[in-house]
Design a protein around this ligand. Structure first.
Ligand code: GCO
Ligand code: MG
Length: 402
C-alpha cells in the first residue's frame, strides 16, 4: 500500500481552516487538521513545500515510523508549526488505517472506555447577569459542565467575551486588535461572577474558568484560593507555563484544580508539570500536539500521575480535530472532559461529520475512521481571509499576554 498524493485545502467558512487530505493507491483517503490560528499559511507551506514530497510512495500503515521520520528527521524539533503539520499527517494516517480496518478509530485505539464524552460549553456575556443567563441556556440544553467568562467592569475587552454565543471567536481582524488588561480589576471581579453563579444555579453543575495566561504565579495562587468556595472543575492557564516550575507556587496555595497545555506541542512541554503533579488536567489536543500518536503518549504518561485529559476544543480546532479528539476521548482511560465550542453551520457543511451532541455529551459516531470528511466543493466557496488573534497591553502600554 502506498501514499499516492496529498493536498492541503485552505478554506474560511466563517474562520480559516487548513486541512490535509492524503490519498492512497487503494482508493482510501484520510483527513487531518493543520489549522494554526493566525499563522495558517506557515503550516500550509511547511506541509506543501517541505513534508508532502517526502510522503509520496511511503506505506501509510507505518504511522509510527512516519511520525518519527518527521519529528527526528526535521532536525529542528517541536514548535507549533512543525507539530501541527505532523499532527495533520498523523491524523490522516490513523483515519486511513481505521477505514482500512472498517472500524471507528476508537475501536482501533483499544475500544471505548465510556459511552459518551462529557463536554463543557463556553458561556460568555458582557456582565455577570448576561453570563448567568448564558449559563442557564447551557443548562437547559443538557450541559453538565460550563465554562463562564464575563466582561470585567472598567475593561472594554475581556478574554472569552465577544463575537458569538455557544462559541467565542477572537480572531476576526485583518491586523491584531489591541486590547487593554488590568489585573486588579479582574482579580476583584472574578470571584463575584462565581459567587453569583453558585447562588443562582447551586452546586450540581461543573463550572470552569479560563484565566488565559494573564496572571503571575502569586496572583494565580491568590485567585485560586479566592475561588475555592465555588468548587470549580478547573482554573485554566492561570499563568504562562513556559516555566513549568512556576505552577509549584500556585499549587502550594490552593486546592482549585489546575488545567494547562492548550498551547503545548509535545510531552516535553508538560513533563515536569505532570511528573511533579503540579496540574490536574492536561489540555493538549490532536492538532496542537502531534496527532493521535503523540497525544496518546502524553495521556499515558499523565495517567501515571492521575492527571486527566481536557482537550482544547475552541472554534479554531476544526471539526476534523474535534472528531479525532472524540475517538481519543472515548478510549483514553484517564479522560477528564472535552471542550466543545460550536462551529458555524457553514463550517459544519464544509466538514460533514459523524459526531453528535446529546444531553451534555458528544459521541464520535460509528463511521469507519474518525468520521469527519471535507466537502471540497463547499470548501472552495470560502477563500482564505487573513485574521489575527488580539494582543493585550497594560493600561500604560506595556505588552502583556493575551
Ligand atoms: C480556549 C482557548 C481559546 C484560545 C484560542 C486561540 O480555551 O478555548 O483559550 O479561546 O484563545 O483557541 O486560538
Ligand atoms: Mg483556554
Amino acid at each position: 500500500m502506498k501514499i499516492d498524493a496529498a493536498k492541503v485545502i485552505v478554506t474560511s467558512p466563517g474562520r480559516n481552516f487548513v486541512t490535509l487530505k492524503i490519498l492512497t493507491d487503494q482508493g482510501v483517503y484520510g483527513i487531518g487538521d493543520a489549522t494554526l490560528n493566525g499563522r495558517e499559511l506557515a503550516v500550509m507551506s511547511y506541509l506543501q513545500d517541505h513534508v508532502l514530497p517526502c510522503l509520496i510512495g511511503r506505506d501509510p500503515r507505518r504511522i509510527e515510523d512516519i511520525w518519527q521520520f518527521l519529528y527526528r528527521g526535521a532536525y529542528w524539533r517541536r514548535g507549533p508549526v512543525t507539530m501541527s503539520a505532523i499532527a495533520a499527517i498523523d491524523t490522516a494516517l490513523w483515519d486511513i488505517k481505521a477505514k482500512m480496518a472498517g472500524m471507528p478509530l476508537h475501536d482501533l485505539l483499544g475500544g471505548k472506555s465510556r459511552e459518551g464524552v462529557m463536554v463543557y460549553g463556553h458561556a460568555n456575556g458582557r456582565d455577570i447577569e448576561e453570563t448567568a443567563d448564558e449559563v442557564a441556556r447551557y443548562i437547559d440544553m443538557g450541559y453538565k459542565a460550563i465554562r463562564a467568562q464575563s466582561g470585567v467592569p472598567g475593561l472594554t475587552d475581556a478574554y472569552g467575551v465577544g463575537r458569538g454565543k455557544l462559541f467565542y471567536e477572537p480572531a476576526d481582524t485583518a491586523l491584531p486588535a489591541e486590547t487593554i488588561w488590568d489585573t486588579r480589576k479582574y482579580m476583584n471581579f472574578a470571584p463575584k461572577l462565581f459567587d453569583r453563579l453558585r447562588a443562582r444555579f447551586g452546586f450540581d453543575h461543573h463550572l470552569l474558568h479560563d484565566v488565559h495566561h494573564r496572571l503571575t504565579p502569586i496572583e494565580a495562587a491568590s485567585l485560586g484560593k479566592a475561588l475555592e468556595p465555588y468548587d470549580l472543575f478547573w482554573m485554566e492557564d492561570a499563568t504562562p507555563a513556559e516555566n513549568q516550575e512556576s505552577f509549584r507556587l500556585i499549587r502550594q496555595h490552593t486546592t482549585t484544580p489546575l488545567a494547562v497545555g492548550e498551547i503545548f506541542n509535545t510531552i516535553w512541554d508538560c513533563k515536569d508539570l505532570i511528573q511533579n503533579q503540579l496540574i490536574d488536567y492536561i489540555r493538549t489536543t490532536v492538532v496542537r500536539a502531534g496527532g493521535i500518536t503523540h497525544l496518546r503518549r502524553i495521556a499515558d504518561f499523565a495517567a501515571l500521575y492521575q492527571v486527566r485529559t481536557g482537550c482544547h476544543g475552541a472554534t479554531d480546532l476544526s471539526p476534523v480535530t474535534m472528531g479525532a479528539a472524540l475517538h481519543f476521548d472515548s478510549w483514553v482511560p484517564n479522560f477528564g472532559i472535552q471542550e466543545y465550542m460550536r462551529h458555524t453551520p457553514e463550517t459544519d457543511a464544509v466538514f460533514p461529520h459523524a459526531y453528535y451532541f446529546d444531553q451534555g455529551s458528544l459521541y464520535p459516531g460509528d463511521a469507519a475512521g474518525h468520521g469527519v470528511d471535507i466537502d471540497e466543493a463547499e470548501a472552495a466557496k470560502y477563500p482564505y481571509k487573513p485574521a489575527y488573534l488580539p494582543v493585550a497591553r497594560l493600561e500604560d502600554g506595556t505588552m502583556w499576554n493575551w
